[in-house]
Each structure stands twice: as C-alpha cells, then as structure tokens.
Design a protein around this ligand. Sequence first.
Ligand code: ATP
Ligand code: MG
Length: 297
Amino acid sequence: DHRVPPAIVAIDMQGKLKKIASGKVRDLFEVDDEKLLFDASETVMKNGIPEKGVLLTKMSVYWLRYLQDRISDLKTHFLSLDLPSSLACLPSDLYESIQSRSMLVRRLKMFPIESIVRGYLTGTAWAEYSTSKTVNGIPLPAGLEYGQKLPSPMWTPSTKAGLGDKDENITRKQAYGLVGEEVGKKIEKLSLEIYDIAAKRTEEAGIILADTKFEFGTDGEDLVLADEVLTPDSSRFWIRDTWEQNLGQAQPSFDKQHLRDWLSAIGLKGKESIMIPEDVVMKTAALYQEACKKLIG
Ligand code: ATP
Ligand code: MG
C-alpha cells in the first residue's frame, strides 16, 4: 500500500503567507497584489525526492537568467531569491528550507495552455504519430522512429488540466481559441526561440532536450514567461551520447521518467499521498542532481 497519511510532510509558512494555489509540485503564496512566493515544496508525493524542490528552483532560476541575457525583450516572472520580510520571524531552519526552494515572482494572469515544444518524437506525440502519422494534427513524414529527431522543432500546445486530470493535446487552432490568435502566435514564436537557445546549451552539457513545456502569463501588457522553466520535471532530458544507439526504444534520461514508469507499473491514477519506494527515490534524486551538475556546475 503506497498511500500514507498527508500529515507526514505537512510543512508550511505557519500562517504568515496566504496559500492561493497548490499544484502537483508546488505551492503559491500571496505576498501582495503584485508578488507571489513560488515554493517547490513537494506537495503531492509524500516522501518526496530529497532536495528536489531545491534543484528545481536552482535550475529554473539558472534558465530564467540565461534566457534573459540572450533574448533582449524577454519578460519573465522571476523577481528574486529573497523571502518576503513577513517570514523573517520563522524558525531559522524552516526559513532556510523555504528559502532554498522558493523564488519571489511577479503575480500574473496565466494563459490556459501548456506551451510544449518538441525536438524529438516521444511521449504522446509518438502515440499520435504511430496511429496517424501526425503530431497535434500536423502530418509528418512516414518512417520516423521512436526517439528520432523531428525535421524541425514543433510547437504542440495542450490544455492545462486541473489536479488529477490529464492535459489534452490540441491543435494550433484550438489553442488560438483558448488564448486568442495574436497571443497564441506570440507564445509559439517565443517558445520555439527559447527551445532553440536551451537545446544548444543542454547539448553542450551532454543532454538532449527532447521536449519541454512552458507556461506564460500576462502582466496586463506583455507576454511573460512564468512557472518553472527547463527543469527535469517540465522537460525530457536524454543522455546525448547514448541517444543514437537507443533509437526506437526507451532513452536513458535525467528526468522523471523513472517515476512515471513506476507509477504506471503500479497502476496508480491519482498521485495523492503516495509513498515511493526507496530505490526509485534514490535513483530519481541522483539523476536530478546529475542533470543539475552538468548544466550549472
Ligand atoms: P503540473 O506542472 O505538474 O502540470 P500544475 O501546473 O497544476 O501541475 P504546479 O506546477 O505545481 O501545478 O503549480 C504551479 C501553478 O502556478 C500553475 O497553475 C501555474 O500556471 C501557476 N503559475 C506559475 N507562475 C505563475 C505566476 N507568475 N503567477 C501566477 N500563477 C503562476
Ligand atoms: Mg506546472
């Protein structure tokens, strides 16, 4: 039985900040009308991957700065790694643990799509391709293998489902229906540009960025890159040097695929209150750390 009582990891801000949302892997706290604390706190799986929140935050911040330096008019939600002063009175161990896995971000109105970019054929794109030779409705050449590099990176948006529901791939037209054509086109262009820059960087670090998911919001004027960015949770990171020899089969990876495989092997649907076996925890933790080391040093 992998289900355990949620009390085990109840960790919070001791009422100092109001929680406004809880996602699968993080909590959002209100700082004021314009700011949020984005806390990668491991809310769903009850014995989380050690230091995962810390690594995800480190990587997101690394990428947000990296991209900011390379795309001059890019707006991102990142503000700082400082905690709001209202938390100063927390016990120091709690304060430090929150600080290590949180970032202060601009509070945005989020667009209701996941902006996925794929450079390689895998996941739900492979499932669609193998039945219809299309990806998000777009025809592709016949004869592509699982894991193969796509002729060029593709923007394949999906819906943004709530906790426990599945995101659905949608066509470009359907995405325009959700966010408007003008915004949709901007999101596509920027996502492809970011993918390109990031894929070059990961390649140098021995990692193939097979696919990745972005989320965007608006500050009322411009499009703003939000959420976590280019982490092993939001991306598939494959090992460059073994990619070719593994074409057509599962790719060795630095991402959460091990966790996905374990979850589907035990047939769990919802992910609430799961106790993950120690070996899966340790393996995933080691891979996250290695990916982080390769990229950031
Ligand atoms: P998953 O990423 O696993 O699909 P999720 O997106 O439901 O799950 P989380 O990623 O844990 O949940 O939670 C982050 C939530 O915060 C998302 O709903 C995301 O859209 C939202 N968000 C991210 N950045 C901002 C921001 N700057 N302002 C407001 N909301 C944000
Ligand atoms: Mg998310």
